[in-house]
Ligand binder design. Structure first.
Ligand code: SAM
Length: 332
């Protein structure tokens, strides 16, 4: 009998070890612009990659497979479930990978702690993974029922619900206008405030039904997209962190280092575009007769004049890739 229990315990131990080492098969995300990441962003000279949006490790795997000369791959991710998944997926490269459950805007502190070799590439693939949209529990999508959450990391759990249920009508309207660019921002804010007086708005579907009932039906989908986008940006302070990472990154790059950002909506892309433009133009001063003379040469060059966009084939195969714009600069 004792032998039987010992064997059962051993068996259970073995099964639990197998489960621990098994990949989490239900998380899926197809990385975008794979060819361009390999062919434009990366080069055989690069020694370190700082991947600020590790996600499920799709780009990481691609890069690690194609650039064996890399000495360090630093993967940063706010969503702990993603970080765990990616860490397992990349265990073959455990000697050169470092994982951090932090915000990419902490790039300076992370690189200082971890140490790195140059040339360095910094990659940001902004936004959310497909599985975050598909998982109703995360509350990102108006297509799935779930709690109004939208937080990338636990620290912000409850913030979205607080915005919807506690913020003033003016503050809500501002969020919808600024971060959703939603023309019906004020009437929708009013309807939400009226709705929450009847009952606290707790789920994505409850919010969706208030919006659906108060906008023309042919516009519903676009408006839902804009409102959910605005709430996600507000919940995670996304544009604040983007602004911070842009400044901090360019300040720490040196000759030959590269910085690539993939953005998926116009607010992000506009920010990146203007910032990169400023950094890739020489500084000038207005002199007599409104003539401009160059006072300082440009600090960076653009690796592609126009933003890189996906091929027709990629757009057909991966609908999420359709809105991506990829901009890359190199320190000169
Ligand atoms: C589009 S996915 C990245 C997918 C990844 N490139 C891949 O191939 O699997 C974006 C990821 O960035 C994470 N994220 C978003 N904002 C972040 C931030 N400020 N700091 C760190 N991670 C962030 C999200 O949780 C999500 O997993």
């Amino acid at each position: 009998m004792k032998l039987f229990y010992t064997s059962c315990a051993q068996l259970l131990h073995i099964v639990s070890k197998i489960v621990q080492t098994m990949p989490l098969i239900d998380l899926v995300h197809e990385p975008v612009l794979k060819k361009e990441v390999i062919g434009v962003l990366m080069s055989k000279k690069i020694k370190t990659v700082f991947d600020g949006t590790l996600g499920l490790g799709g780009h990481a795997k691609l890069i690690l497979e194609n650039f064996p000369q890399l000495e360090k791959y630093i993967g940063v991710e706010l969503d702990m479930q993603h970080l765990d998944f990616a860490q397992k997926k990349l265990k073959k490269w455990h000697k050169k990978t470092v994982f951090k459950n932090q915000n990419f805007s902490e790039i300076k502190e992370i690189l200082q702690t971890v140490g790195f070799f140059r040339p360095l590439v910094v990659l940001l693939d902004l936004g959310i993974c497909s599985n975050q949209v598909d998982n109703g529990e995360k509350g990102f999508s108006f297509m799935q029922d779930g709690p109004l959450n939208m937080a990338f990391d636990k620290k912000n759990n409850g913030k979205c619900s607080e915005i919807i249920n506690k913020f003033s009508e003016n503050a809500l309207s501002d969020i919808f206008k600024k971060w959703g660019e939603e023309p019906m921002h004020s009437s929708l804010a009013r309807k939400i405030v009226e709705g929450r007086k009847q009952k606290k708005i707790e789920t994505t579907m409850e919010l969706k039904s208030i919006i659906e009932a108060n906008v023309p039906s042919y516009k519903v989908k676009k408006i839902l997209m804009r409102i959910f986008q605005a709430l996600r940006i507000a919940t995670n302070d996304e544009l604040w962190h983007l602004e911070k990472v842009l400044h901090e990154t360019v300040n720490l790059l040196e000759l030959g280092d590269r910085f690539g950002v993939m953005s998926f909506h116009s607010l992000e892309d506009r920010m990146v575009k203007h910032f990169f433009r400023k950094k890739t133009e020489p500084k000038t001063e207005e002199t007599v007769f409104s003539l401009h003379t160059q006072t300082e040469p440009a600090e960076f060059r653009l690796l592609s004049k126009k933003p890189i966009v996906p091929s027709q084939v990629e757009q057909e195969e991966n609908s999420r890739s359709r809105s991506v714009k990829f901009r890359i600069i190199e320190k000169i």
